[in-house]
Design a binder for this molecule. Structure first.
Ligand SMILES: NC(=O)c1ccc[n+]([C@@H]2O[C@H](COP(=O)([O-])OP(=O)(O)OC[C@H]3O[C@@H](n4cnc5c(N)ncnc54)[C@H](O)[C@@H]3O)[C@@H](O)[C@H]2O)c1
Ligand SMILES: O=P(O)(O)OC[C@@H](O)[C@@H](O)[C@H](O)[C@H](O)CO
Length: 542
């Protein structure tokens, strides 16, 4: 058996026997170099980072183009750092589950340090403060989920955590964004060297959202007398701090039991999956698909690693914006969320199984090709129609990608504005488009309310995936009983007007009644969701 912490340089044969490719570089030397000149910090060392960013760093280090490792920071879930980084010398086994059933297995040693970077863990916080002061630091990247950037409540006001952070100032921030701004303040006060903050989370204009959250905190601190205008100027000067846009795509499911079992059989010792109290599902290994895209706005005022040499498309802001809207708001994520919602209420346990169901395939094709594609601006670097074709015919049906509707249904409230709200807005804003012609987006939104009832299509209770707004949202539909007369308008009217969730008042754009109508059909009794989908396809599929 081999394990992650084994000396891979001197035991290559043992790793090869287990089918694992290992680095040719020395992690200890890389660690020393990183201490001397840190270049790249990543916040949110979850599965996507381990499968994708860590691989990019590994490639660049192998090519001699990156002279230090990545420092991983978590600010949310200490079990990530303590569970899968520190005990394994910060190494990762990345498994690509290929469409032919074969695995590509590679060990990365490109992470050299892992920190739970909050004031609650003093030593790690101090260390991160030092790293942020280093002039050599070029990039701070993020994959902290959509909620990681959010400072507001469902009603659109600042949430209590943010209010408390604004009142207390930068000395001991509790929230994730306040922590980041406190670290940036340290950099400002120690030379004000430039830096790039690169969000790689799944929403359009992700860099703008990150900037907005950073500035909200900084402005609040200025109003309360904790920082001066000069700090705000630093944050808003694009030659000092940049917030590039990015589009990232690689379906990276939670670590799967099937992959774990195969690793064990192949002689790899670190196959145990951890489910943390904060709901991160993580393991010493990560499983991902072969296909991947990362498109980044090339705006790095303190320089950057040669990302393009690891396959990253470096381009202008407009192109990234278009690629991102293409993927996140029309051609991939809206289809994924529809499969997540309907898959959960129809009791599917696998996305590839859902792709065997003609009706669900029908729904996602309508959302992608018919409703989304016409409002896509072609980013040129990726062809949108071919992108959906590849998704629907190759990626989603791949039975070796162990993805589940339940993973994708996590935090749906945070995703609805981006995954459907942006397309609805396009239909509102653009000549020749009428939002009231949309059918399968409102069908999915109705499906989401049906999902929030936490009762499946067989009428049995199920546990929805975690969502930061679940308690608030359940209040709208929690008392509805299948098959009983229900005043649907009275239940949904307040939520369907919520612009924070839908980007629009759905009644004002002719979709409120349509959602109500689909929802009424879906609560008619057992099996009503399946029937509503069938009827919608029979009537409206083009
Ligand atoms: N997994 C994918 O297929 C995929 C693909 C493209 C983009 N993404 C983006 O990456 C994000 C992370 O995906 P993942 O697969 O790594 O998820 P994951 O659950 O494996 O890891 C999530 C990470 O984010 C941290 N986190 C969670 N909530 C946070 C909060 N409120 N504040 C700060 N940190 C927080 C966790 O501690 C963990 O490190 C997604 O939400 C999405 O925006 C994921
Ligand atoms: O990662 P999330 O939680 O934003 O969304 C779940 C999935 O839709 C997403 O992870 C996809 O797998 C990914 O966007 C594919 O690139």
């Amino acid at each position: 058996m081999v394990k992650l912490t084994d000396d891979y340089l001197n035991n290559k044969a043992a790793f090869a026997a287990a089918g694992i490719t290992v680095p040719t570089y020395d992690q200890d030397k890389l660690r020393t170099a990183t201490n001397e000149h840190p270049r790249w910090v990543h916040f949110g060392g979850g599965n996507l980072f381990r499968a994708f960013h860590a691989a990019i760093a590994n490639t660049l280090i192998e090519k001699g183009e990156l002279d230090s490792g990545v420092i991983v920071a978590d600010t949310y879930d200490n079990s990530v750092v303590d569970g899968v980084y520190k005990p394994f010398n910060d190494r990762v086994l990345r498994v690509i589950t290929k469409a032919d059933g074969n695995f590509d297995k590679e060990l990365f040693a490109s992470v050299t340090e892992s920190l739970f970077a909050t004031p609650a863990r003093e030593a790690d916080w101090k260390r991160m403060q030092e790293i942020f002061k280093a002039p050599s630091l070029q990039v701070v990247s993020f994959s902290i989920t959509e909620k990681g950037y959010n400072l507001k409540t469902v009603a659109g006001d600042l949430n209590d955590l943010t209010k408390a952070d604004l009142a207390a100032g930068p000395a001991a921030p509790k929230g994730n964004m306040a922590g980041l701004v406190a670290l940036l303040l340290g950099r400002f006060q120690n030379g004000a060297t430039p830096l790039t903050l690169m969000s790689t989370d799944n929403f359009s204009n992700n860099g703008d959202k990150l900037k907005d959250s950073v500035l909200t905190i900084a402005k609040g601190w200025k109003e309360n007398g904790f920082v001066g205008q000069d700090f705000l100027d630093y944050l808003q000067d694009s030659k000092k701090i940049s917030f590039p846009l990015s589009m990232i795509d690689r379906i990276t499911p939670n670590p799967s039991e099937a992959v774990s079992a195969k690793l064990k059989d192949s002689g790899f010792e670190d196959y145990t999956i951890i489910h943390t109290p904060k709901h991160t599902n993580i393991a010493p290994f990560t499983n991902t698909e072969e296909v991947h895209y990362l498109v980044v706005e090339d705006n790095f005022p303190n320089g950057r690693p040669k990302f393009e040499d690891a396959g990253v498309i470096m381009t202008d802001r407009k192109t990234v914006g278009e690629a991102d809207e293409m993927k996140v708001t029309t051609c991939l994520n809206p289809l994924h969320t529809s499969l997540a919602i309907f898959g959960s209420v129809l009791q599917f346990k696998s996305i590839s199984d859902e792709l065997q169901n003609d009706d669900l395939v029908g729904v996602i094709k309508q959302i992608g090709y018919v409703e989304g594609l016409p409002v896509v601006t072609d980013p040129k670097v990726i062809n949108p129609k071919e992108f959906i074709d590849q998704l629907v015919t190759k990626r989603l049906p791949n039975p070796y990608i162990p993805d589940t509707p339940q993973r994708i249904a996590t935090d749906t409230s945070q995703k609805i504005p981006v995954r459907y709200g942006v397309t609805i807005k396009q239909y509102v804003d653009r000549d020749g488009f009428d939002p009231s012609t949309l059918e399968f987006i409102p069908l999915t939104i109705a499906g989401w309310f049906r999902y929030l009832m936490a009762v499946n299509d067989e009428g049995e209770a199920f546990e929805p995936s975690p969502d930061p707004m679940m308690d608030d949202l359940k209040k709208y539909v929690g008392d509805i009983k299948l098959g009983e007369p229900t005043d649907v308008h009275a239940h949904l009217k307040d939520i369907l007007t919520n612009k924070a969730i839908f980007g629009q008042d759905l009644y004002a754009v002719g979709l409120g009644e349509k959602v109500e109508n689909y929802f009424s059909q879906m609560i008619a009794g057992k099996g009503a969701i399946v029937k509503t989908i069938e009827d919608a396809l029979a009537k409206h599929a083009k």
